[in-house]
Design a protein. Structure first.
Length: 92
């Protein structure tokens, strides 16, 4: 169970990070962009760490206040939930 949860978290964060990189690449090329709603959905589905890292690594969406505040807020909430879950797992 624990391994499955960790793999899902890893997959969600890799996806979110990859979407940020792909959208930045598309922005530079003038190509079709990934909707902001999709970027937020990926971050909201426990991919906030990947989203925050993607913002920093790719310097993407850093001027948008909703991303600068929203992604870290999601990350804090997700870290708290994962921490609570891990704490409960240790108590078993």
């Amino acid at each position: 169970m624990t391994e499955t949860v960790l793999l899902l978290l890893l997959a969600a964060n890799v996806l979110s990070f990859s979407l940020m990189g792909a959208d930045k690449r598309r922005a530079r090329q003038g190509a079709w962009r990934i909707p902001e709603r999709t970027l937020f959905l990926a971050a909201a589905l426990f991919g906030a760490l990947g989203g925050v890292l993607g913002m920093r690594v790719f310097h993407h969406k850093t001027k948008h206040l909703r991303f600068r505040l929203g992604f870290p807020a999601l990350l804090i909430a997700q870290a708290a939930l994962v921490g609570l879950w891990a704490w409960q797992q240790l108590g078993r």
